[in-house]
Design a protein around this ligand. Structure first.
Ligand code: GLY
Length: 573
């Protein structure tokens, strides 16, 4: 599917600015035109491809590979481009996880999750009566963890081939000269205007007097200057010097606690990916502080003894099984998973065959389970995040999920630096048993402590078959992320769907608490009725996730799909 957003008229209107683009490092082919681009949902490419939340970011990544870069070069260029063209979730003020499998089979897990500042404390969001104050953990200066994205990008750089200056240049140009925005972006910027004004202490590029509309140009000069400092000084261009000073000044003006020391000391960490088998595939996913890898590991392993294919796609039988599997895994998430540098996560037990088998002994086909009775096993956001997938000509696969947490994070634009900070502190458990913005409950494992990384649901995932690269996949969606990745894998592996069908089919979600099942509007009404009869409480909600995936087909073609649910788009060659 392909839809052109911007017309020749706009192209002419902006041709004087376009003149400056003639010299951009976006590529000698000038194939990235920020004033006229299309949302392409599907592509089969011979060599390399990218699928991301924004057409320009995907095009930048593909262009970098066309110019000789590998998947890591494309990852860096795409990630910086998303920070400009997709400000609701693309970021340099947030964090995330990069998972990769190199062509020689080497696995790479880079954790650049935000960390609690040194001045953070366990009860920092509780009022005098001991109640969690969501307003403080979800918006404004106190909601932000120390950003990890730039450190994560520099940890990726050692695997790249091209000069860093070249990888960040497209983002600098997109910020400095602007790009035309989509209808969806215009509407979400308009919807966030009040919050930008309330939670920022200086004017920003995102707020203008009149309403944003499709085709307007978003120019972010302060962000371009910040990116230029990073281009010149590397990670220090963010974590030290002028950018760090601007962040700390913003903190002081707004009552935040991130210090120069917090920024200077922030480090990305390498994590050993979680690897397990599901039917004929090897699944590779992210380890704590993401809960994603353990969750999809548990859910797929609980499914394995059942003949799901025979039950049929989204029949009452298969959906009930998947809900019950989700219930058990999410109960474990709440009790057992947190930052492994602070809490002893019983990862091996949670993924062991004996434990998994025992988790399903009380599963009763045809009867709704209960979250009150399903406690954790005994073992020694708006949901804005963004995912992109990359495959290069050599067969390197990368899956990146990165986030500000809620849409536009804490809604604080760092004065003079032009980027938005995250509201990731809300992913900690502010008070045991008190739900965060995704309704997720947590306890000791995810309590706040200085420098600790908050528990995440982000699930960048790779699959191989017969030791050959097969799939790179992931999605945004807060706590719905692991269930969307889980369901996409089951759709592909058990229901033999094409990647397009697997991604675009209706999704459903259960997370133990609250004890209800959310479904997309397009979910099968007969299955819904049958589940209600079994005793499930079903709630219709807006779309679940925006899954991006690339399958490497038997002949090596990169079958690339962008979720139909957003402006997400593919690019490749
Ligand atoms: N902020 C969403 C997540 O990390 O799960």
């Amino acid at each position: 599917m392909k839809s052109t957003i911007f017309t020749g008229f706009l192209f002419c209107l902006y041709s004087s600015v376009m003149g400056q683009y003639e010299n951009m490092i976006v590529g000698p082919t000038k194939s990235v035109n920020p004033y006229q681009y299309s949302v392409v949902k599907y592509g089969t490419f011979n060599k390399a491809s990218v699928t991301s939340a924004h057409p320009l970011a995907s095009m930048v990544g593909a262009e970098i590979m066309r110019q000789g870069g590998n998947a890591f070069d494309a990852t860096i260029a795409t990630q910086f481009a998303l920070a400009v063209v997709y400000p609701g979730a693309g970021n340099i003020g947030g964090g995330g996880f990069t998972l990769a499998r190199k062509k020689d089979g080497t696995l790479i897990g880079i954790d650049y999750r935000e960390a609690a500042p040194n001045k953070a404390s366990r009860d920092m969001y509780l009022d005098a009566a001991g109640n969690a104050q969501d307003a403080l953990s979800q918006n404004g200066h106190l909601a932000s963890g120390v950003p990890g994205a730039v450190a994560g990008i520099f940890a990726t750089l050692s695997h790249a081939k091209l000069p860093f200056e070249m990888l960040i240049q497209p983002a600098i140009d997109l910020a400095r000269y602007g790009f035309v925005i989509t209808e969806r972006e215009a509407s979400s910027l308009n919807g966030t205007k009040k919050d930008f004004i309330k939670y920022s202490t200086r004017p920003s590029a995102f707020v203008k007097e009149t309403k944003w509309k499709v085709g307007d140009t978003l120019v972010q000069v302060e962000l371009a200057n910040t990116l230029t400092r990073i281009q010149k000084n590397g990670a220090k261009g963010f974590y030290e010097g002028e950018t760090a000073a601007l962040i700390v000044d913003e903190m002081k003006r707004g009552g935040g606690i991130i210090s120069l020391e917090d920024l200077k000391n922030y480090q990305a960490k390498t994590r050993t990916p979680i690897v397990f088998n599901y039917r004929d595939y090897s699944v590779i996913s992210f380890a704590p502080p993401s809960s994603g890898g353990i969750l999809i590991g548990q859910m797929l392993k609980m499914m394995e003894p059942f003949n799901v294919q025979k039950m049929g796609f989204q029949t009452p039988e298969s959906v009930q099984l998947m809900i019950e599997v989700e219930r058990r895994a999410y109960a474990d998430r709440a009790a057992h998973i947190g930052d492994p540098d602070f809490y002893n996560v019983p990862q091996n037990t949670l993924l062991s065959n004996a434990y998994i088998k025992n988790r399903m002994v009380d599963y009763k086909p045809g009867v709704a389970g209960s979250s009150e009775q399903t406690v954790a096993g005994i073992a020694p956001t708006s949901e804005e995040t963004t995912h992109f997938s990359v495959v290069d000509p050599e067969g390197n696969m990368v899956a990146v999920t990165t986030t500000l947490n809620g849409g536009y994070g804490n809604r604080t634009v760092v004065g003079g630096a032009g980027f938005i900070l995250n509201n990731e502190m809300d992913d900690f458990s502010a008070k045991p048993g008190s739900p965060n913005m995704y309704g997720a409950i947590g306890g000791e494992a995810n309590a706040i402590a200085p420098q600790k990384r908050m528990l995440s649901s982000m699930t960048p995932t790779l699959l191989t078959k017969n030791k050959k690269p097969y799939l790179t996949v992931g999605t945004p969606g807060g706590t719905t992320i692991p269930t969307s990745v889980f369901q996409t894998i089951v759709n592909l592996v058990d229901f033999n769907m094409s990647l397009e069908e697997a991604i675009n089919s209706p999704k459903f979600h259960h997370q133990w608490l609250p004890d209800d099942v959310s479904i997309e509007k397009t979910f099968n009404p007969n299955t819904k009725a049958a589940l209600e009869k079994m005793g499930y409480r079903i709630k219709e909600r807006g779309s679940i996730g925006r899954t991006e995936g690339i399958v490497i087909g038997p002949t090596g073609k990169r079958i690339t799909v962008a979720d139909k649910r957003g402006d997400d788009a593919v690019a490749g060659y």
